[in-house]
Design a binder for this molecule. Structure first.
Ligand SMILES: [Fe+2]
Length: 354
């Protein structure tokens, strides 16, 4: 496995670049905007393809690199379903998995520092964001923080992992790089409490100053711009209502770009075909299903995904590949459902399992 811990000294943030092999797909956790050039240089040097960028929560102390990485690599941006952030193209919840080639991260919902805080477990290591730090815990006094929820996240989820599990946090201000669950249980001063009330009292007595960047970082991180705005300007977007008129039409192919787990959880548009976003390039080449569908049947390709972000990027790629009728549903299945569009369970067996 390729595992790189990268540091932003201005905000003391750790970011993590993961891949199963040289030449394969990569994922980055908690990227910082100012370091995006460095990440992409490393991605090139290691011959990787960045396919997913994940934020553990809405950060208050630095501007996320998610928007810039999406614009420059067309990667999928991932956050928890509670995040009030527009950049997100895939939302996850407790029990989901974030997968790339050869790696699968278990999603743990660990609120408390913020109400959108998540941790990600990868085999012998856990990425704890700002929920559990080395000899500390993330503050709980802003962004819908809640010390009671954080106690539950730490004591009833993270500390139940095996003691030897490696802990990789989103920050460290002292220079530590890694710890273990066992070490934190024994030596983290915030965890030496006798009850949840004791923990709440401890956290409420901290009286910390706000982060320097907070007034800039929070609004900026909530509005990273949408890939779909540009696509709409080019006339390649349909509203959910417009798309609904096309269901069942023989000259239109609805293409679902989401992953199998998202389809099973949220349902699919009736009659739609499955072509996962990571396989887009291959499927648009001669011999690929999208290429053949558009060229041999003359069907109009209508992409959709969860929120319209992946499908907007897919429209651009399809247009670049010569599919001039390709378009997408603005706002994705989320907008479709809000407009009372019909949704059914995905057909079995699932095509192109991912
Ligand atoms: Fe944070």
């Amino acid at each position: 496995m390729i595992f790189r811990q990268l540091f932003d000294s201005a905000s003391s943030t750790y970011s993590y670049l993961l891949a199963s092999r040289r030449g394969g797909e990569a994922l980055i956790i908690d990227p910082v905007l100012e370091k995006v050039d460095r990440y992409l240089q490393l991605v090139t040097e290691l011959d990787l393809k960045l396919v997913k960028a994940v934020d553990t929560h809405l950060h208050a102390d630095h501007i996320t690199g998610l928007g810039a990485l999406r614009d420059r690599t067309h990667c999928i941006t991932v956050m928890g379903e509670q995040s009030s952030v527009d950049v997100v193209s895939m939302r996850v919840a407790e029990g989901d998995r974030v997968q790339i080639e050869g790696l699968s991260l278990d999603v743990l919902y660990t609120p408390g520092h913020t109400d959108d805080s998540y941790s990600f477990l990868l085999g012998d290591r856990v990425f704890t964001g700002d929920t559990l730090l080395i000899r500390g815990t993330g503050r709980t006094d802003f962004q819908n923080g809640d010390p009671r929820a954080q106690y539950d996240s730490i004591f009833n989820k993270l500390l139940r992992l095996p003691d030897e599990t490696l802990v990789f946090p989103a920050h460290d201000y002292k220079g530590d790089t890694v710890s273990t669950i066992g070490e934190e249980k024994a030596f983290n001063p915030r965890l030496q409490v006798t009850s949840v009330d004791h923990y709440v009292e401890l956290m409420n007595s901290l009286k910390l100053p706000n982060p320097k960047m907070m007034d800039v970082a929070v609004p900026s991180n909530m509005r990273q711009g949408l890939a779909q705005d540009l696509i709409a300007e080019r006339g390649w977007s349909l509203t959910a209502g417009e798309a609904m008129e096309l269901v069942g039409r023989p000259d239109v192919a609805f293409i679902d770009l989401r992953e199998r787990t998202e389809r099973e959880k949220r349902g699919v548009i009736p009659g739609s075909l499955h072509s996962p976003y990571p396989d887009l390039q291959a499927n648009l080449r001669p011999g690929g299903i999208l290429h053949d569908l558009a060229r041999s049947t003359g069907k109009r390709v209508l992409f959709y995904c969860a929120f319209g972000e992946r499908s907007a990027m897919a429209v651009q790629t399809a247009q670049d590949a010569g599919l001039s009728s390709a378009c997408h549903i603005q706002g994705g299945l989320d907008a479709w459902r809000k407009a009372d569009g019909p949704v059914v369970r995905p057909p079995l067996p699932v095509r192109n399992p991912d």
